[in-house]
Design a binder for this molecule. Sequence first.
Ligand SMILES: *[C@@H]1O[C@H](CO)[C@@H](O)[C@H](O)[C@H]1NC(C)=O
Ligand SMILES: *[C@@H]1O[C@H](CO)[C@@H](O)[C@H](O)[C@H]1NC(C)=O
Ligand SMILES: *[C@@H]1O[C@H](CO)[C@@H](O)[C@H](O)[C@H]1NC(C)=O
Ligand SMILES: *[C@@H]1O[C@H](CO)[C@@H](O)[C@H](O)[C@H]1NC(C)=O
Ligand SMILES: *[C@@H]1O[C@H](CO)[C@@H](O)[C@H](O)[C@H]1NC(C)=O
Length: 540
Amino acid sequence: MPRNVAVLIAVGAVLVAIAGAEDPYRFFTWNVTYGDIYPLGVRQQGILINGQFPGPDIHSVTNDNLIINVFNSLPEPFLISWNGIQQRRNSFEDGVYGTTCPIPPGKNFTYILQVKDQIGSFYYFPSLAFHKAAGGFGGIRILSRPRIPVPFDEPAGDFTVLIGDWYKANHTTLRRVLDAGHRIPFPAGILINGRGPGGASFTVEQGKTYRLRISNVGLQNSLNFRIQNHKMKLVEVEGTHTVQQTYSSLDVHLGQSYSVLFTADQPGQDYYIVVSSRFTTPILTTTGVLHYSNSAGQVSGPIPGGPTIQVDWSLNQARSIRTNLTASGPRPNPQGSYHYGMINTSRTIILQSSSGQVNGMQRYGINSVSFKPADTPLKLADYFNIGGVFRVGSISDRPTGGGLYEDTSVMGADFRAYVEIVFENPSNIVLSYHIDGYQFFVVGMDGGQWTQASRNGYNLRDGVARSTIQVYPKSWSAIYVALDNVGMWNVRTEYWARQYLGEQFYLRVYTNSGSIRDEFPIPKNARLCGRAAGRHTRPL
Ligand SMILES: *[C@@H]1O[C@H](CO)[C@@H](O)[C@H](O)[C@H]1NC(C)=O
Ligand SMILES: *[C@@H]1O[C@H](CO)[C@@H](O)[C@H](O)[C@H]1NC(C)=O
Ligand SMILES: *[C@@H]1O[C@H](CO)[C@@H](O)[C@H](O)[C@H]1NC(C)=O
Ligand SMILES: *[C@@H]1O[C@H](CO)[C@@H](O)[C@H](O)[C@H]1NC(C)=O
Ligand SMILES: *[C@@H]1O[C@H](CO)[C@@H](O)[C@H](O)[C@H]1NC(C)=O
């Protein structure tokens, strides 16, 4: 029996009961290993998936079931998480510390995901132990179903472009610095699809139009993306079709994904693709190559410059990114049919980034709580009613002004509440935040302190729905989110050292209905660990 069929039968009972069993299945078998990579010219141990760095792309269509069997051949526990994939009713598959037991060395775990009601560009990444600094990430694309209109012509080609800052030091070395309570140094360079300067190349035919799906998979820097002599038309942001505007360069903050179209409308030669760090001194820059198939010559001329430390430029660009209200999304109706701005919010949550020392060690947090993992994944403790693992309400709805302390922070929220969340960044660097399990509406961002009067400037009409939002230095960003997905959801900064040192918490979206219409039961194949070890995923 082929392996795929075996897996299908093993998980079949659960799928028939819960997932859209009529929707297509796609099967993946991934082997995660260490292997030598040389992105910046020195040998490093990278995390490879099926021998690849970055890992293979996942291509899917709205509502597909993705059955991904991950074999952990690293000598340490490992988990993959899925940035922007909503895991509807199914936080067990989210692949972060608080929802899913790590895959032990030498073992495997089969993720059962459904990309329900989603389109767009996303990525996956290793969520534990600062593994992200070693690779293990890759692109995810969700295409529209055949009869759903897409607001632009099918491009001649569609490329995943994973950009991110990179260290020459390996992840164990970086982790040791963080574990000792220190900050890690400035990154050594920037990679495009795992390649250093001059390494990444994209071949195009003159006159044709291409799509690039650009994600910032790096650790700490906002990046600016541009193509020499070519303009880009923004068409999609994390699952939302945008008003199609033209940009000569685009800021991509940590954890964010953008799709652009560009036409190869220049004389036949090679052009620089440039990625540079934003808001840093020094500025890191790397290049790739846009290669015309009829190219008469190599890249030439100065590397085109871009914005460097200007925050206003970035803020203005962010405000110009809006939803095309008449375009379809995952369903054939206009994206503007959900009038997010007409619904009254029932709760306001203000989340302020915190930084400080706890017991002489550098830590970060939100509303003065620095997240501390417990001995059992929170979702499993919740499911099996194991007490003493976490306490709902261990993080406040408002900044407390008190000193930073550690706790296993979990915020409670009601299923179907409609919530306003304001992120406040008192630091002098750009931060970005991601909420698992959700797409939220970006209603505003500005410098200074958020006040109730800030609401007067909200965009309540055509802000984009996305899952990762930047917050500029000494600024705020505000979102509206409909809490329509029951589960235990990670809220984190995408600034990876700060995430690792506690700038995250879990949002427990709860209903007491007990119905599988609201939340799926624990997967049959779930690994059980900590105090959940030895429990049964099904009644005996
Ligand atoms: C994973 O790759 C390693 C190294 O190539 C190999 O030894 C191992 O057998 C592979 N495991 C699986 C499950 O394919
Ligand atoms: C990381 O680098 C350190 C120091 O160079 C080395 O001792 C260690 O084996 C490396 N670890 C991995 C996983 O590559
Ligand atoms: C591990 O892989 C095997 C097939 O190779 C599969 O039958 C089994 O269900 C997988 N284990 C888990 C926990 O998913
Ligand atoms: C918005 O979407 C509609 C419907 O697909 C399309 O015709 C129109 O060109 C788009 N407008 C902009 C400004 O992107
Ligand atoms: C929202 O709140 C305002 C002011 O309290 C009220 O007038 C309005 O009817 C509410 N709208 C909805 C849709 O509930």
